[in-house]
Design a protein around this ligand. Sequence first.
Ligand code: ATP
Ligand code: MG
Length: 351
Amino acid sequence: MARVELNGLRKAFGAQEVLSPIDLVVEEGEFVVLVGPSGCGKSTLLRCIAGLEPASGGEIRIGGRDVTHAEPVERGIAMVFQSYALYPHMTVAENIGFGLRIAKRPKAEIVARVREVAALLQLGHLLDRKPKALSGGQRQRVAIGRALARKPPIFLFDEPLSNLDAGLRAEMRVELARLHGELGNTMIYVTHDQVEAMTLADRIVILNAGHIEQVGSPLDLYNHPACRFVAGFLGQPPMNFLRIGTGDAGHPVPPVPIVDSLAALAEATEVGLRPEHVWIATGSEVAQFEVSIDVIEQFGGETIVHALLNDGQPIVLRLGGQLALGRGERISVAFDPANLHFFGADGKAVR
Ligand SMILES: Nc1ncnc2c1ncn2[C@@H]1O[C@H](COP(=O)(O)OP(=O)(O)OP(=O)(O)O)[C@@H](O)[C@H]1O
Ligand SMILES: [Mg+2]
């Protein structure tokens, strides 16, 4: 069994509390992504699970067994780091088989296992090469292979793709998803890249300053963020947050009756609207507002418009296709009120 259970897990370095009590269950076979800003405690949490860092309080259970004080090797875990130090003097095959040699497995078993892992990671033709003769993506695959060879029931990844360029990252992301589909191991994956979180995770755990903000499936978090932090973290460009009901004389924002009435009902101080949830008004929509264009970014397939509302608040719009618009032009954009999010003064979503 490879179910991971954290009960009130705490970690402090001296007087500095890095993880407030964390409660989380990762089911067997689940792909869970821990995501959050730099310094929020992602690596520390992973290292506590692996046993590389002692917990300051609480309990870690793996497969139902209390491993809070167990040695790393007793936990059935393999970890892949951002800096995947391969042994430079060893071939790909020797690097992949290293853990098995240390564990004194029979030679025939090691050879067979290395072949199997190399095939899975499409490294079969590179087995005799040294790391220096590999691309960054190939090296990262060897590092994953080295962890994989020992057939760990649980895989921990700490930003394994952050050293790769954008193209390779996208490629490796797909490979990792495929790997998880084929192996079905429990995977806990740390990243600060919200795209990796959205695309890889069965469930995302959003961490902020050592505590969990929200846990849920990617679309669940995208559609129903519980707070402003989560709302602003997932989605690119990020959600727009617009002040409402501030009483700035004569500037109700956004200037749409339906928003004002809903917002008043909800007692929210801010309304959230994702850039992709607007379109250029055809004139028939009830919910629309006018903006003045500041900057246009043409991506070919879509156009990102940085604009200003009538009261001067900035708003970003993600519009489909290519638009012949220029700075200073005014356009009317429409939206579906069902896509609005409301947040109170405390940052919590108001439903
Ligand atoms: N060994 C240590 N001693 C003291 N403080 C530490 C130690 N390791 C980490 N910290 C602190 O704990 C906090 C969390 O660090 P951690 O490495 O877990 O963050 P992270 O979320 O992985 O960040 P990043 O995205 O930058 O990798 C930081 O404030 C960091 O300075
Ligand atoms: Mg880290």
